[in-house]
Design a protein around this ligand. Structure first.
Ligand code: SAM
Ligand code: SF4
Length: 334
């Protein structure tokens, strides 16, 4: 019997790390084509390969029965999946903190229903406050639509809303303070993200565009001194407070800070592949388990427990080498 099974109702890997956070990808599709996330002409998965909403719920339920306390829905853009609200309402019945990462494009019409369905926390991606640049970075996005979405989300009454900004050198690094001031004025948190080498892109050179969290933080501290907050997320984020604002500032630093030692999370792609690490390919095919044992929740849980033994100790990202991970972020479930 493996270690996780011995501990009963919780998931623990070979290195003693407790897994209590799952990120579920709801779709690989998206209405944007962000330059760091996708290539311009993406091939999306055929529907038969994609988990049904019921299968996604079955997986979420299995994880909660194994002690998972937080579920984040992501993608692709989760809110472009047909009938996604039905899934949200089902997930809202589970005893977990329910979080959603979105590009914000659909929020003006969906924010209220999402909050009513039980979504607790929202992450909204926003890399620029300049409409032309926003369009360049997302290739198809309209800033005004996302800003409307942010205001609808504020009205809807989520527990917390956080902005996510991927910072690229010479593309939007001159907006680090502008984005922070926007977050402060709107009463939102903000995280700055280092770009990760997931998938082969031709639009820019990832090594040249690399902007470290330390550089971003140093720039912010020239205006707002930051106080480290204790709260650890078990992920690549570190959070700071400012003495004159409720907004929190986070840095997601997959390159410059090693966070693998207390990693608490796994991901499930929309094909039902349970990925044990963002930066490695170790995985377990949960779709196969579900489709070959219909309705058998125990078989699904046994597979998840067994997969814990595949979780690698750490990831390695190296911008000077060809990407080792060829799946794009929209496939991974960012
Ligand atoms: N479509 C939603 C969105 O944009 O928020 C959810 C999925 S998206 C893949 C989740 C997050 O991953 C976004 O904040 C996005 O900026 C970030 N992201 C995408 N590709 C990335 C990359 N190569 N490196 C770092 N962050 C990335
Ligand atoms: Fe779509 Fe989000 Fe990827 Fe942008 S980062 S292309 S919004 S999935």
């Amino acid at each position: 019997m493996n270690k996780s099974a011995e501990t009963g109702n919780v998931l623990i890997d070979r290195f003693g790390r407790r897994v209590d956070y799952v990120r579920l990808s709801v779709t690989d599709r998206c209405d944007f084509r962000c330059v760091y996330c996708m290539s311009e002409n993406m091939q999306f998965l055929p529907h038969a390969q994609v988990l049904t909403l019921e299968e996604i719920f079955q997986i979420a339920q299995a994880f909660t029965e194994l002690g998972v306390k937080r579920i984040r829905l992501t993608g692709g853009e989760p809110l472009v999946r047909k009938n996604v609200m039905a899934l949200m309402r089902m997930l809202g019945t589970l005893d977990v903190e329910l979080c959603l990462t979105t590009n914000g494009s659909q929020l003006s019409r969906m924010a209220e229903d999402l909050a009513a369905a039980g979504v607790d926390r929202l992450n909204i991606s926003l890399d620029s406050l300049n409409p032309e640049r926003f369009h360049e970075l997302t290739r198809t996005g309209k800033l005004a639509q996302v800003l409307e979405g942010i205001s609808a989300a504020k009205q809807a009454g989520f527990k917390r809303i956080k902005l996510n900004a991927v910072i690229l050198k010479n593309r939007n690094d001159d907006e680090i303070l502008g984005l922070l001031d926007f977050a402060r004025t709107e009463g939102l948190d903000i995280s700055y993200i280092e770009e990760m080498p997931l998938g082969v892109i031709s639009e820019h050179d990832r090594a040249e565009a690399y902007c470290s969290s330390d550089e971003v933080k140093a720039l912010i501290e020239q205006r707002y001194p930051l106080q480290a907050l204790e709260a650890r997320t078990g992920g690549p984020s570190k959070y700071y407070g400012m003495s004159d604002s409720e907004s929190r500032v986070g840095f997601i630093s997959p390159h410059s800070h090693n966070f693998c030692g207390d990693c608490n999370r796994v991901r499930v792609t929309v094909e039902g592949r349970l990925l044990l690490c963002l930066g490695n390919e170790h995985s377990m095919d949960l779709r196969d388990v579900i489709r070959s044992h219909p309705g058998d929740q125990e078989a699904l849980k046994a597979a998840i427990i067994q997969a814990m033994d595949l979780k690698p100790e750490k990831h390695h990202f190296n911008l000077d080498e060809a990407p080792q991970i060829i799946r794009f972020m929209n496939m991974t479930g960012g």
